[in-house]
Design a protein around this ligand. Structure first.
Ligand code: SAM
Length: 226
């Protein structure tokens, strides 16, 4: 069996030939985190904000969900185990491999895809989706790729679809990977309002981290046809 941290060449994804230098630097930095072992964000704990949306008062009825930047699959598995039909994508093949192993071990049916959340047309994820979940994927996407991210979700959103996103605010962040310029950009409510046309920003709740973080909830207009 493939060991999660065994040394092997990364598998190129279809987007790899089109990545520009800034995207390459993001890719390299992310890959380093996964190669080094367990990245700091890989806690294996589903955040209470997602649990509330799925199980809390006024929970969404299960439908189709797409996770952007699924890492090793903790939250994609959680959604599948709570009745959602789930597809999930991550840029780093090693993360997707681990997610597949976890899904197999749990007997969870999740479509786990190696690819780029800003190039969803290259993946077999036609939608429509009722829920998109993003735990600090978008806030690390280079600014010039964010319109493509928003367009990809908008094209795949069912009327009234939700997007639950966690992101870092724009500031130094104690960013340990200073050569990745785009990671200092973070994400703001104003940016999301401007970029996600046809969506309403329903809620912004500060995170509990030492640095500024936010949970954003957006809803796709109910009248829009996917
Ligand atoms: C902070 S991690 C969170 C991972 C996972 N959701 C979790 O909770 O453990 C963000 C993830 O987004 C992925 N990512 C970053 N940019 C991406 C992109 N353009 N397309 C797909 N995944 C991306 C990273 O590889 C990383 O696994």
């Amino acid at each position: 069996m493939d060991q999660p941290n065994a040394i092997r060449e990364p598998v190129p994804d279809r987007a790899s030939t089109r990545r520009d230098p800034e995207e390459e630097s993001v890719h390299r930095a992310l890959e380093r985190f996964y190669r080094a072992g367990k990245p700091p964000w890989d806690t294996g704990v589903t955040p209470p904000e997602l649990v509330a949306l799925v199980e809390g008062h006024g929970a969404l009825p299960p439908g189709r969900a797409l996770e952007l930047g699924c890492g090793t699959g903790t939250n994609a598995l959680y959604l599948a185990q709570n009745g959602w039909e789930v597809a999930a994508v991550d840029l780093i093949d090693r993360a997707v491999d681990q997610a597949k192993q976890k899904a197999a071990a749990a007997g969870a049916a999740v479509r786990l895809l190696h690819g780029d959340a800003t190039r969803l047309d290259e993946l077999d994820v036609p939608g429509p989706f009722d829920l998109f979940f993003d735990l600090s994927c978008y806030c690390g996407v280079p600014l010039h790729r964010r319109d493509a991210y928003a367009a990809g979700l908008t094209r795949r959103a069912a009327p009234g679809a939700r997007l639950l996103m966690f992101g870092y605010g724009p500031e130094p962040l104690g960013n340990p990977v200073t050569e990745v310029a785009s990671w200092a950009a973070g994400v703001t409510a104003d940016e999301l309002r401007a970029r996600f046309a046809g969506w309403e920003l329903l809620d912004v709740t500060p995170g509990t981290n030492a640095m500024p973080t936010f949970w954003f909830t957006l809803r796709r207009d109910a009248q829009q046809r996917y």
